[in-house]
Design a protein around this ligand. Structure first.
Ligand code: NAG
Ligand code: NAG
Length: 715
């Protein structure tokens, strides 16, 4: 919102009460002051819905009573902490006991459902981790660390909210706590067998799959989702309801029953061919600091799919990149590991071959049980959507210590960056195939599009659960297991709007001109980029109204944020929420007389602002993205306008616009700022984003800040 530094933005008034605007403009630093204002507003009639719901979680229906947690924060955790403490706040003894109790509820509940109140979770979990670790098991501690990171990524204006633990506290605490996962080498005890190491975990296990499991892995323990238990092999546990509930929720519950250090998770019809294949995976996991390992899948049609990608996330977009950064080799004496020798190897069949490191996993994989429990699955997600979501979090949560290697130079990591995400290995020496007649299509297994032109992945976006194959499909009667619903849940849970699969097909999940846009505060207040569909709506409306104005003869110039954007990049800013046009005074009456009717004819909507000095152009009457058509005091000469570029088209602007830009935004207008932030903040993080390291942030990690080159030491 470039413009809020200069004038009140109209959509604020449309959507929210004044309290929030005040709140917003204070910026995140004056937290305490803002708190008081917020509390006043809390009682007053003008309080804003979005803030209550998202920042305070007031009245949010959740498994926890957040009102009670907030009272705990205010009454029992209002003390300054000691110098050695992990947080800046301290709590009374009763407060700590309640926080511990709350954290235990969180652990329990999140296996079955996600909690909505990210800010409250940050408080509760931080306090439990800072002061009550001794009362928790190591597994509970690492699970809470993962949940804490996730909540921090989802927070809503945490630093300006009533909750007393701030992003700064969490980032520093994360670096001072031990790494969530320590990956002890799982050396196999003498004489022990694979059956002591591995449990099969199969949320949906049709009879044919169960038979194949018993034939291939006799004697292995298993937790299997079957409805008619019948006679189970010894060591097998039946899990009911696997077809009716999402795989994520089943897996969280089933993993509680696993006693071995590793679990083979099977979410489709693919299985390692033999016990030897499984053992290769056991050796890979046991020797390396990996969360999971798998083999590529060779289907009935002999198509080789390795499911191995780096996930590319930026500004609401998810993409798959087949280029990997690291690989693993187990046989150090292998000729290929010696520089300069001929890359030849004898007796390859008896050896453990190399693996490559990936962000993604195939639907069948061997994982460390503790790691699975800590990272956890999204309880609402099913099948390969649940696996993809798991991968996304495992690779982006600080989980493992970064070992000081020969090339580790990164000594001055920013806060919250001491640990790195966990990796997965893909090992082609492990043979995996699908059980006949149970196989189905995969979400990101194939990069080719068959001759039919329909990508194999499309079933995962479709309406029929049964199209996923006999082993992967959930019950067609359960609405939320419908693949189209699942794809939307996945995108929502991860704040994504565009999905480009390995097959190159791009799928959109955002708004369009016919529907309501996503709530603007969701991204503006977090410091996130404009969602692509919102940007496209605004671009469309700008191009549309320009054409109408030319036709009707309304003279105007572009101004404010979009003018600035043109000077900066020849386009609309990634972080601005509206477009402002300055209408010539002599033509302003045409908006009422002609343009409003024309907009209606064309299926759009023109609303008169209460101040009578503005009209607001919207895609439709319930889409709140705006092109503001303003009448203003300053005169401009229509015969002297310049033509400036915006998104590949030319638009009129006043001559010498840079003079006006400088007077509104200062002579440093080429420096990127989300909004006015205090100087000390701007010094370090000019594009302040309140969800640290989130891929939707417009932050220096995503958009360079454009600071003075002398400050950067390059000129
Ligand atoms: C806007 O115009 C309407 C109708 O002419 C009038 O009733 C209203 O008072 C005006 N509002 C302002 C803020 O001037
Ligand atoms: C732009 O700046 C000039 C020079 O400072 C000023 O005279 C003019 O009124 C400004 N125009 C607008 C539309 O603000």
């Amino acid at each position: 919102m470039m413009k809020s530094t200069r004038r009140h933005s109209v959509w604020h008034w449309l959507l929210f009460a004044g309290a929030l605007l005040l709140f917003f403009r204070l910026g995140p630093v004056h937290a305490e002051q803002a708190d008081e204002e917020a509390e006043e507003a809390e009682e007053g009639p003008k309080s804003s819905d979005i803030l209550e719901v998202m920042a305070w979680c007031k009245g949010v229906p959740d498994a926890l009573d957040w009102g009670q947690v907030l009272r705990l924060a205010k009454t029992e955790c209002r003390f300054d902490a000691g110098d050695d403490d992990l947080l800046r706040i301290g709590c009374s003894r009763e407060g700590l006991a309640s926080a511990l109790q709350g954290a235990r509820v969180v652990l329990e509940v999140t296996r079955e459902q996600s909690l909505v109140c990210a800010n409250g979770l940050v408080f509760l979990v931080s306090v439990a981790l800072a002061y009550m670790r001794d009362a928790l098991t190591p597994g509970e501690v690492s699970r809470l660390q993962v949940l804490l990171w996730q909540s921090l990524q989802d927070n809503f204006m945490l630093d300006a909210s009533v909750w007393p633990v701030k992003t700064h506290d969490v980032l520093h605490m994360f670096d001072r706590l031990p790494a969530p996962l320590n990956f002890e080498p799982l050396g196999r005890p003498q004489g022990s067998e694979t059956r002591d190491m591995v449990t099969l975990v199969v949320p949906r296990c049709p009879a044919a799959l169960s038979e194949a499991l018993q034939t291939r892995f006799p004697g292995l323990r298993a937790v299997v989702g079957i409805d008619e238990a019948g006679r189970l092999p010894s060591g097998w546990t039946a899990f009911k309801g696997g077809r009716e509930q999402p795989t994520g929720s089943s897996l969280n519950a089933m993993l509680e029953a696993v006693e071995t250090p590793m679990a083979l998770v099977v979410t489709g019809a693919a299985l390692p061919e033999t016990v030897e294949d499984l053992e290769r995976l056991v050796r890979a996991l046991g020797q390396r600091r990996l969360l999971a390992a798998a083999g590529p899948l060779v289907g009935e049609d002999k198509v080789y799919s390795d499911f191995c990608y780096q996930l590319k996330l930026r500004h609401y977009h998810l993409g798959f990149d087949p280029v990997y950064e690291h690989s693993v080799i187990f046989d150090e004496t292998s000729a290929s590991s010696i520089r300069g020798s001929w890359f030849h190897e004898d007796g390859t069949e008896q050896k453990d071959g190399p693996c490559k490191l990936c962000d993604t996993l195939p639907p069948t994989f061997l994982a460390r049980t503790e790691g699975l429990r800590s990272v956890g699955f999204n309880p609402a997600l099913d099948g390969e959507w649940a696996i993809l979501d798991f991968s996304l979090r495992a690779t982006r949560t600080p989980l493992v210590e970064v070992l000081p290697g020969p090339r580790s130079v990164d000594r001055d990591r920013p806060p919250g960056r001491r640990y790195a995400g966990a990796g997965f290995a893909l090992c082609p020496f492990v043979a995996v195939n699908e059980v006949d007649s149970l196989a189905g299509p995969h979400l990101y297994g194939r990069s080719d599009v068959p001759f039919t032109g329909v990508s194999a992945a499309s079933a995962w976006f479709g309406e029929e659960a049964t199209a996923l194959g006999l082993a992967a499909a959930g019950s067609p009667e359960v609405e939320m297991l419908r693949p189209s619903k699942q794809s939307r849940l996945f995108m929502q849970a991860n704040h994504l709007k565009e999905y480009t699969g390995p097959d190159g097909v791009k799928r959109h999940f955002g708004c369009n001109l016919e529907v309501t846009n996503c709530p603007v505060p969701d991204w503006v207040y977090r410091g996130w980029a404009v969602p692509p569909c919102c940007k496209e709506t605004m671009r469309h409306l700008l191009f549309y109204i320009d054409a109408v104005f030319r036709e009707i003869g309304v003279r105007y110039i572009v101004t404010d944020g979009v003018l600035l954007g043109s000077y900066k990049f020849g386009g609309m800013l990634d972080w601005d929420a509206d477009v402002d046009l300055h209408i010539h005074n002599d033509d302003f009456h045409l908006l009422e007389e002609k343009v409003q009717h024309r907009a209606r004819q064309d299926g759009h909507f023109l609303r008169k602002h209460a101040n009578n000095e503005s009209w607001l152009l919207q895609a439709n009457d319930h889409n709140y993205l705006l092109i503001e058509l303003n009448k203003r005091q300053e005169y401009w000469d229509p015969d002297r306008v310049w033509q400036i570029p915006i998104q590949g088209r030319l638009f009129p602007a006043m001559e010498n616009s840079h003079l006006n830009l400088s007077s509104w935004y200062g002579l440093s207008f080429f420096k990127h700022r989300l909004r006015h932030v205090p100087e000390w903040e701007e010094e370090h993080r000019p594009m302040y984003c309140s969800t640290p390291y989130h891929f939707n942030c417009v932050d220096e990690t995503q958009v360079k800040s454009g600071i003075d080159c002398r400050q950067a030491g390059i000129c």
